[in-house]
Design a protein around this ligand. Sequence first.
Ligand SMILES: Cc1cc2nc3c(=O)[nH]c(=O)nc-3n(C[C@H](O)[C@H](O)[C@H](O)COP(=O)(O)OP(=O)(O)OC[C@H]3O[C@@H](n4cnc5c(N)ncnc54)[C@H](O)[C@@H]3O)c2cc1C
Length: 424
Amino acid sequence: MANHYQILIVGGGNAGLSVASQLLIKKNNLNIGIIDPSEKHYYQPAWTLVGAGIFEINKTVRNEKDVIPKNTTWIKEAVAEFMPTENKVKCLSGDEFTYDYLVVCPGIQLDWNKIKGLKETLGKNNVSSNYSFQHAPYTWEMIENFKGGTAVFTNPTTPIKCGGAPHKIMYLACDYWRKKGILDKCDIHYISGANAIFGVKEYAETLKKVIAKYNIHVHYGANVTAIHGENKTVEFETQEIDENLNQKLSDKNAACYGIIENKTTDDLKKVILNFDLCHAVPPQSAPDFIKNSPLRDPENLLGYVDINKNTMQHTHFRNVFALGDCTNAPCSKTGAAIRKQAPVVVENLLAIIDNKVGTAQYDGYSACPIPTQYGKLMLAEFDYTNTPKMTFPINQAKPNWAMWILKTKILPWLYWNKILKGTA
Ligand SMILES: Cc1cc2nc3c(=O)[nH]c(=O)nc-3n(C[C@H](O)[C@H](O)[C@H](O)COP(=O)(O)OP(=O)(O)OC[C@H]3O[C@@H](n4cnc5c(N)ncnc54)[C@H](O)[C@@H]3O)c2cc1C
């Protein structure tokens, strides 16, 4: 295997394979290496559907060797260090690879350990998370077997991949319990690090009605610190923020997170809540090997790759681009965002190779498909301006059946057959 590649891609997930395929469609003689240690490739957006009992977990995974684009070299290693001044990366094994151009996209890190007790209890004691391939099926087991009691759904204080996933599963669970006739025996709590359900008014209005319909108790400005499975308690600190106070949302984060600007740590109240069922979402940050590298944004506490949010090019290293969940672009971290970012990276990278200046710009587009009940979904689309950017000629803020079919049937097919192949 060669030690030098014209284009080296770190991470062969949604972003890495989309970019590699699109590059080869535009120029088939490129010499591309893709570094990724994982034997498996996951379609993570369907894990919400697995947790809701309507999608088979085995359909969300394929062998990486079967999806990696032909005419690329798969380097089955994990990058441990970036040395951008030497155009070099070092892997955990000690092997080093050099490049002319680097594309960084190893995804986001799930910081399970930031919630005391969570890792130990995940997958048992009625505690689960759709953020794990291994545990998403257990979410459904819990929901299906629930007989009533206190159900808790958590959302961390950090940006996460798919900002909607912590509450999507809650609405589906509520709808399932409603149909089963036990919703009035359920005390449902949403414990969220945000200060609003959604930062785009049009979509937030719909979700507020859904929350009222299911009688969900929402705790905003809350930081979950511990989940004790055996005692069945969740501990959190909260500022007890009233969503209707119109506090200023952060303009450094996407609308779907609803994260507060200038959050103070004064007046934090500690709460311990007993639960019978808990769906937990871990805090998230850039992978540690990015945090500790010269590629990181020094101003960003979560250590994301420092890029120009429109061109996707690194702010200091001209031959480095990044996309997907690992960047400091203030967009919502989704596969939908990657669909718009990948062509920008491809165009601007190929321009540099040809000694031209790339002109492609990413506008922060992202989409969050939020099912509000089985058979109905609100497709929230927006960009950096945090205003609705609806694709379809209908009011997408109104949950409907067609968008449900898009999410449950069309998008999974599109992912494996078109998006990874660079044709959608
Ligand atoms: C529960 C859930 C629901 C979601 N719902 C939606 C949705 O409805 N719509 C939507 O658009 N998005 C959704 N997403 C988000 C979407 O899955 C991610 O935004 C997308 O997968 C990010 O792509 P990525 O390439 O940046 O990272 P990933 O797809 O996570 O890929 C990262 C790759 O990097 C590799 N890697 C990691 N470390 C290293 C290393 N050291 N060296 C080399 N390679 C490494 C990994 O093995 C992996 O293959 C959801 C995610 C989850 C978890």
